[in-house]
Design a protein around this ligand. Structure first.
Ligand SMILES: [Fe+2]
Length: 431
C-alpha cells in the first residue's frame, strides 16, 4: 500500500485472504474493515518503525556522546599534565582558554580569561607582539615567536609560542590556538654559552695576535740572521780566497827553488783530490786536501837546492836534511789558523800505518786520513815521474809499489781507491 505522502506500507496477505472468503458481508463493512485493518496495520508498522528508529537514535547518540566525553577527558589530561600552556585567543587577542599551568606565574586561569594577551607581555616586546598578532590574523598562517612576559610579581620570563589561526566553516577567523613554553632557563644557558664563546673567541684572537707578532719578530730575526750569515759567508770567502792566494804563493816559492820537483806538488794535489772524491769524502775535506797538497813539501825551502837537485846518491846527512822538510813545513805553519789541519797533515804525510814512517813514527788511526791520502799520492807521483837521480819508473811500477805495501805502509782503503782510479776509471797522471 502507499500513502499520499508516497510512503509505502506493507499489509499482511492474511487479511486479504479473509476478505476474499467472506462474500456475504456488506460492501461498506468490507470497506471499513479493510480500512480498519489497513490503518491498524499502518499504525502498527509506523509505531514499530518509530520505536525502532528512536531506539537506534538513542543508542547511537549515547555512544557518540560517551566517546566524545572520553576523548575530551583524554585531551584534558594531556593538556593539564604537560609543562607547556595551551591557550586560545579570540580574533581580538583576548584569552578564551588558558591551561592551569598559568598558575606557576601567579595567575589563576579565571583571571586570565577575557584579558588581552598583550597585558601579560613585557612592555619592551609589546609592540612587536601586537604587530605579530595582526600579521598572523591577516595571513592566517602558523607562527613561532619568542618574547618576554612578566609574572604577577613582575618577574620576567622568556616564552616561546607556537600558534595557529583557527577558522570557522565559512573560512572566517575565529582566533588563535597555540602552546606557550617557558624557555627562560634555555635562554640563560644559551646566553652563558654565548658569553663563554665570546670570551674564547677573544682569547683566540689575542693569542693569534701574539703568535702573529712573535712570528713577525721571528721573520725579522731570520732576515737579520740571513744577512749576517751572508755577510759572514762573504767574509769567509774573502778570507779563504786570501789564504788560497798565500798558499799558492808559498807553493810557487818551493817549486822555483827546486826545478826537478816543479809541478810535483800540483800533480800530488790532483791525484790526492781524485782519491778523496773516489772514497766519497765530503767536499769540505776534498777542498782541504787541495790546499794542503800544493804546499805539502813547503819545508823543502830550508833544504839547499843542490841537495834537492843532486843527481847522484845522497849521503846520510843529505838524506836527513831532506827528511826534515816535513817537520820544517809544520813549524812554518803551525801558528797559522787555517780552516783545515794543514800543519798536521804536512808533518804526517811521510808517516806510515805500520809506524815505519817519519818524523814521529805514528801508526794506524793516529795518522790523519788526509795525511794517509797525500802520502799515497806523493809516493805514486814520485815513482811514476822523473827524479833528479833517476828516470821515470812509470805508472805500473807505482801501482805495484802501493799494491805490495797496501795494509803495511799504506792505508788499504786509500790504496783501493787509487787503484780503482787507474785500473777501472781510466785516470791518468801527467808524468
Ligand atoms: Fe814530502
Amino acid at each position: 500500500m502507499q500513502r499520499k505522502d508516497d510512503k509505502a506500507y506493507g499489509v499482511s496477505p492474511t487479511y486479504f485472504l479473509i476478505l476474499l472468503f467472506l462474500p456475504n458481508l456488506e460492501y461498506f463493512y468490507k470497506t471499513f474493515l479493510i480500512l480498519q485493518i489497513t490503518l491498524s496495520q499502518v499504525a502498527t508498522l509506523e509505531m514499530r518503525r518509530k520505536i525502532r528508529k528512536t531506539g537506534i537514535d538513542i543508542n547511537s547518540e549515547g555512544k557518540r556522546t560517551k566517546e566524545a566525553l572520553e576523548e575530551s577527558e583524554r585531551y584534558r589530561i594531556l593538556i593539564e599534565n604537560t609543562s607547556d600552556i595551551v591557550y586560545s585567543l579570540d580574533s581580538e587577542g583576548n584569552f578564551t582558554y588558558i591551561g592551569p599551568q598559568v598558575k606557576q606565574y601567579g595567575f589563576e586561569p579565571e583571571e586570565v580569561i577575557s584579558q588581552n594577551f598583550l597585558n601579560f607581555v613585557h612592555p619592551k616586546d609589546r609592540e612587536g607582539m601586537h604587530l605579530q598578532f595582526q600579521k598572523t590574523i591577516t595571513s592566517g598562517s602558523e607562527f613561532i615567536s619568542r618574547f618576554r612576559i612578566r609574572n604577577k610579581k613582575g618577574r620576567m620570563y622568556w616564552i616561546e609560542e607556537l600558534g595557529k589561526v583557527q577558522h570557522d566553516k565559512s573560512g572566517g577567523v575565529i582566533g588563535i590556538n597555540g602552546v606557550l613554553r617557558d624557555i627562560t632557563e634555555r635562554r640563560r644557558v644559551d646566553e652563558k654559552l654565548q658569553r663563554v664563546n665570546k670570551e674564547l673567541e677573544k682569547r683566540v684572537q689575542e693569542r693569534t695576535a701574539e703568535i702573529s707578532k712573535a712570528n713577525e719578530a721571528l721573520q725579522v730575526e731570520i732576515t737579520e740572521r740571513k744577512h749576517a750569515e751572508d755577510a759572514l759567508k762573504e767574509s769567509y770567502e774573502k778570507l779563504r780566497s786570501a789564504l788560497e792566494g798565500t798558499i799558492h804563493a808559498l807553493a810557487s816559492t818551493v817549486e822555483k827553488r827546486d826545478p826537478y820537483t816543479a809541478g810535483h806538488q800540483q800533480r800530488v794535489t790532483t791525484l790526492a783530490c781524485a782519491i778523496a772524491t773516489e772514497m766519497g769524502l765530503p767536499e769540505e775535506k776534498v777542498d782541504g786536501i787541495r790546499m794542503i797538497g800544493v804546499i805539502h813539501d813547503l819545508g823543502k825551502i830550508y833544504v839547499p837546492a843542490e841537495i834537492l837537485s843532486k843527481p847522484g846518491q845522497l849521503n846520510e846527512v843529505e838524506f836527513k836534511m831532506i827528511r826534515s822538510h816535513a817537520k820544517v813545513g809544520y813549524d812554518i805553519l803551525k801558528k797559522v789558523e787555517f780552516p783545515w789541519p794543514i800543519a798536521q797533515v804536512i808533518v804526517q804525510h811521510h808517516e806510515r800505518i805500520d809506524g815505519s814512517g817519519y818524523p814521529s813514527g805514528l801508526s794506524g788511526e793516529n795518522i790523519l786520513l788526509e795525511a794517509k791520502i797525500i802520502g799515497v799520492a806523493d809516493v805514486f807521483e814520485a815513482i811514476s815521474s822523473h827524479r833528479p837521480y833517476r828516470p821515470a819508473l812509470g805508472i805500473d811500477k807505482a801501482i805495484e809499489e802501493i799494491s805490495q805495501k797496501k795494509g803495511t805502509l799504506y792505508d788499504p782503503e786509500v790504496v783501493d781507491a787509487c787503484l780503482r782510479l787507474f785500473t777501472v776509471k781510466g785516470f791518468t797522471i801527467e808524468c
